[in-house]
Design a protein around this ligand. Structure first.
Ligand code: EPU
Length: 361
């Protein structure tokens, strides 16, 4: 059976980015892996010519600031399917296609009795985008559960199976992100889900959640906190994470946003100590390498931006790290606010914030 060729056509993309920015571009939808070799051939044939508009691989558009008329051609990944790919004495290895909804996939795994991803519930976006920014929340990062990523190297025109060591993972970062959104086309992602599951309750908000029997004496910065004997079930953790996120974070379907707009900055121990002295309430998490990850939301709030607007955009009223579109914003409005927030945090704390969402121009 021959694959249907990918056809690019001019399309509206406002509903394809969670900030809800108006945009139009040439878009093709990838719903069949067998179309990829022809895509690679077409890319190789047009490389270096004037006709070679760069390609941008789009998942759920939840980590994106889209310009109104990006010069990129957009490949929307709509590959579907979830299966138990392998089973070892210690693990279920579950494979999901890149176009699956991340949250739907986490939910499905729990329903099947494959726990381990529940701390990452309700993160917007697709399975294929998850390794790109190495999604993480509530004490778990994706790379801790990853088996492998099946991805096409569009430049080389071949498919690779990449194991975590080859993906260059770091906090909110990976080789896929560093290499740019036109090099790698992730088609499937495999996860190692442990049969001897234990709850991950390191994160204070989660440990203290009433739905998990928390709130009794747990406090302070992150530290070991697994509750094992008769502890909560994976589904209870999933529900608690959903509850925390729903209370703190705006729903992109209601108020456009791209989640955390900046990374939490990691500073060296000396700088953290100086800041701690000047600002005793500073929120920070010691890292394994001795550095300290500061809570960007706290820095932004202290700089006076929590709930404050600049034109049609603003920083959210319950989580200052989230930039929201109050309606009618363009990419330039978003970037103007981002610059203003960065400048104020730099002036007050001497700390540089790094934008997390990718600018698609
Ligand atoms: N804080 C403030 N003011 C604010 C926001 C936060 O003082 O306006 C303080 C909180 O009180 C807390 C600390 O900052 O002491 C950390 O806040 P929170 O628990 O909300 O987490 P975060 O560090 O702001 C990170 C991720 C989130 C993830 C949560 C939970 C990044 C960039 N963001 O946020 O990810 O859900 O931890 O693990 O690492 C996302 O990427 O879209 C996202 C929501």
């Amino acid at each position: 059976m021959s694959a249907s060729p990918l056809v690019f056509s001019d399309q509206d993309l406002q509903d394809c980015n969670t900030l809800g920015l108006p945009a139009r571009a040439a878009v093709a939808v990838l719903d069949d892996e067998s179309s990829i070799p022809a895509l690679c051939a077409a890319l190789a044939a047009s490389a270096g010519t004037a006709a070679a508009a760069p390609l941008f691989v789009l998942g759920g558009g939840s980590n994106l600031v889209m310009a109104a008329r990006p010069r990129h051609r957009i490949l929307r990944v709509a590959l579907r399917g979830i299966r138990l790919w392998d089973e070892t004495p210690g693990h279920w290895v579950v494979e999901a296609a890149a176009g699956e909804s991340w949250h739907g996939f986490v939910d499905h795994c729990l329903t099947q009795g494959w726990p381990g991803l529940e701390n990452l519930a309700l993160i917007p976006g697709t399975v294929g985008a998850a390794p790109v920014q190495n999604i993480g929340a509530y004490g778990l990062e994706l790379d801790q559960r990853l088996h492998s990523v099946v991805a096409w190297d569009l430049r080389a025109g071949r498919v690779r199976e990449l194991h975590p060591r080859e993906c260059g993972f770091a906090y909110r970062d990976s080789m896929f992100k560093r290499d740019g959104a036109g090099r790698w086309l992730i088609v499937r992602v495999r996860f190692m889900l442990p049969k001897d599951w234990t709850p991950r309750l390191d994160y204070p908000d989660l440990r203290d959640h009433p739905g998990l029997g928390g709130g009794r004496g747990a406090s302070g910065l992150a530290g070991p906190g697994h509750r094992t004997a008769a502890g909560p079930t994976p589904r209870q953790i999933f529900d608690a994470v959903c509850d925390i996120r729903r209370r703190k974070l705006p729903d992109p379907a209601v108020l456009g946003n791209a989640g955390s707009f900046f990374k939490n900055p990691v500073v060296d121990a000396g700088q953290a100590a100086v800041l701690q002295q000047r600002f005793p309430d500073l929120r920070g998490y010691p890292q394994a390498d001795g550095r300290v990850k500061l809570a960007a939301g706290w820095l932004i709030e202290q700089a006076g931006w929590k709930g404050r607007r600049l034109g049609p955009v603003g920083m959210h009223r319950t989580q200052a790290l989230v930039l929201v579109n109050h309606g009618g914003a363009q990419a330039a409005d978003v970037q103007a606010l981002a610059r203003a927030v960065r400048a104020d945090v730099q002036e007050r704390f001497g700390v540089d914030l790094e934008q997390e969402p990718v600018l698609l121009d």
